[in-house]
Design a protein around this ligand. Sequence first.
Ligand code: PLP
Length: 385
Amino acid sequence: MRERFLPFALPDTDEAEVSAVAEVIRSGWLTTGAKTRAFEAAFAKLVGAKHAIAVNSCTAAMHLALEAIGVKAGDKVLTTPYTFAATAEVIRYMGAHPLFVDVDPETFNLDLAKVADTLRREKVAAIMPVHMAGEPVDINALHELAGDIPIIEDAAHALPTRLGDQMIGNLSRFTCFSFYATKTLATGEGGMITCNNDADADRCRIMSLHGISRDAWKRYTAEGSWAYEVVAPGFKYNLTDVASALGMVQLEKLDVMWRRRAEIAKRYDTAFGARPELQLPARGANNQHAWHLYMLRVDNERMRGGRDAFAEAMKKRNIGVSVHFIPLHTQPYYRDMYGYKPEDFPVAYREFRREVSIPIYSKMTDRDVDDVIEAVLEVTAASVS
Ligand SMILES: *Cc1c(COP(=O)(O)O)cnc(C)c1O
């Protein structure tokens, strides 16, 4: 058994990030500036989008996207209950209501047949799919169902994700990424909005910095001027150059980090595939999974104590695990506000109760991976004996 605790997630940073951040600090320009513009340009190029706007979280990115679309109080926004709090809270920021649709039992992503059914009955102002764990939603099929309804992709897990040969980041009106500490590109806190429409990009940029007209950040540079105009009551969502410098270094090694996670996923698949009590994460044969998470599912009937006992036993063996996610319709706020019962989204509720995420990050050594495999197999075997 492992002697030292293996954290569930760790960022993959080294001296290159330290020097990049030190350089920004020495430059005297700490907040949004040239580094952030360079980070945006590199990011837009990577995902093949016309525009990228750096912000301080994916939550901020999704809020700005809903604002740019003009979602109003009382509107309904279709999304999944199988997600983090952020996806639905931004809908409430607008005074709109999340319209939850249940998920596919294999992928944890929106069930498109149920989306089609819901769209026949309900008027919807926007659709917010989540690419769970880094496995893409079929965005092309979703666009066919959506018609003119704008789509905002929650791509917090989806870097670098491909749907067939299409890179996630340029397929919808807006795509929102997260650079939170545990994500596949980490700046501590941070996010990015990508889009292809000039007016959308302008609106997000203006609203991300107090509603001040274009290039507000330049007012302290040699080419800037003290004059500015406030055109709307905007937000304070800009990303700092300190974070962007970190992000630039992370972007350069994104592919290397992804390859390592894919390698770990393959080892897990091989090791766990033979145990009938364990279900491996689903992925489309032609897609590129980002492997932000490795979502294992256990058999609650066959294994004593089910998922909860499994997670507890892993922790006792010094392996950090987590559960993604507690469905939002079971959370007190949404449950009480909309009167939901757990069974209202039966697939989300059932799959949540068997899900446990195990460590998958590029900083893991081969020995760490061996320890996780050993612990999973032994805990599983002990629970059926
Ligand atoms: C992490 C996460 C977010 C929020 O990202 P922040 O950058 O922390 O705001 C949104 N959606 C999902 C699915 C996430 O996992």
